[in-house]
Design a binder for this molecule. Structure first.
Ligand code: NAD
Length: 259
């Protein structure tokens, strides 16, 4: 099997679940050594790393680091021994009107969904510059390009990470390093599952109606994107064919942002 990323080390933040795990799997399948991460340190987190390693025949480690804490973001990169591929994926969501939005939720979303990427990128770039090769892939969102009501912190953080991506690309341009943001539409992961009960209450609808008429209403394909598709897009951005793709966004959203 083709292993185009063998010899590359990838860190994927927030990767014991959902899109992060799907992306880690895709990178491991392409031959990369992978570092999984989340804020927990359970036996099952380390068992997951062993499982991904066994299935793809590559080295996989799990390193605990809380992406809401700047020093832990930077320590993750140091503990990994640097990286060739950095996927900033960790993210959380909270849905409330601006006037009711809890301050601690605002601060946590900005810290995890935006500031963490600044800290990990700052820690990873010197090693990438030294090697003359690097890929920074930020998992933004359709909400990095469009807004929805009740998601003030999330939309602000995701628009912010699109801006950070562009600055990273400009500073690293011509040095073998690219930085891009993937903007998924709805992907059925635990993060989206958790929004369904609130949306059911807000719209007074059952689960299937919320999925069809509230969530996938924004997505002209009327289909969720999959974690495999996001992982495949990341692997593409790490390929030779993508060497001149930098400072941009790639939407994987079934046509949401075409409208
Ligand atoms: P998820 O809840 O399945 O995964 C989130 C991951 O982040 C988990 O591994 C979790 O442990 C980790 N995480 C949360 N807080 C953390 C912290 N403080 N430190 C370290 N790790 C932390 O959700 P997901 O849907 O897979 O989301 C992953 C990313 O994709 C997020 O940035 C999200 O905004 C983005 N995204 C998701 C969708 C979607 O529809 N699911 C759409 C667009 C963008």
């Amino acid at each position: 099997m083709d292993k185009p990323l063998s010899g590359r080390r990838a860190i994927v933040t927030g990767s014991n679940s959902g899109i992060g795990l799907g992306t880690a799997e895709a990178l491991a399948a392409a031959g990369a050594e992978v570092v999984l991460n989340s804020y927990t340190d359970r036996d099952e987190d380390h068992a997951l790393a062993r499982d991904v390693a066994a299935r793809h025949g590559t080295s996989v480690r799990y390193i605990k680091a809380d992406m809401s804490k700047p020093e832990e973001c930077r320590a993750l990169v140091q503990q990994a021994g640097g990286c060739d591929i950095l996927v900033n994926n960790a993210g959380i969501q909270h849905v409330a009107k601006i006037e009711d939005f809890p301050i601690d939720k605002w601060n946590a979303i900005i810290a995890i969904n935006l500031s963490a990427a600044f800290h990990t990128t700052a820690a990873a770039l010197p090693g990438m510059y030294a090697n003359g090769w690097g890929r920074v892939v930020n998992i933004a969102s359709a909400h990095g390009l469009r807004a929805s009501p009740f998601k003030s912190a999330y939309v602000a953080a995701k628009h912010g990470i699109v801006g950070l991506t562009k600055v990273t690309a400009l500073e690293a341009a011509g040095k073998g390093i690219t930085a891009n943001a993937i903007c998924p539409g709805y992907v059925l992961t635990p993060l989206v599952e958790a929004q369904i009960p609130d949306q059911m209450k807000t719209h007074n609808m059952d689960r299937e109606t919320v999925i069809r008429e509230v969530m996938l209403d924004r997505q002209p394909s009327r289909q969720f994107a999959t974690v495999e598709e996001i992982g495949g897009t990341t692997v593409f951005l790490c390929s030779a064919a993508a060497a001149q793709i930098t400072g941009t966004t790639i939407s994987v959203d079934g046509g949401w942002t075409a409208e």
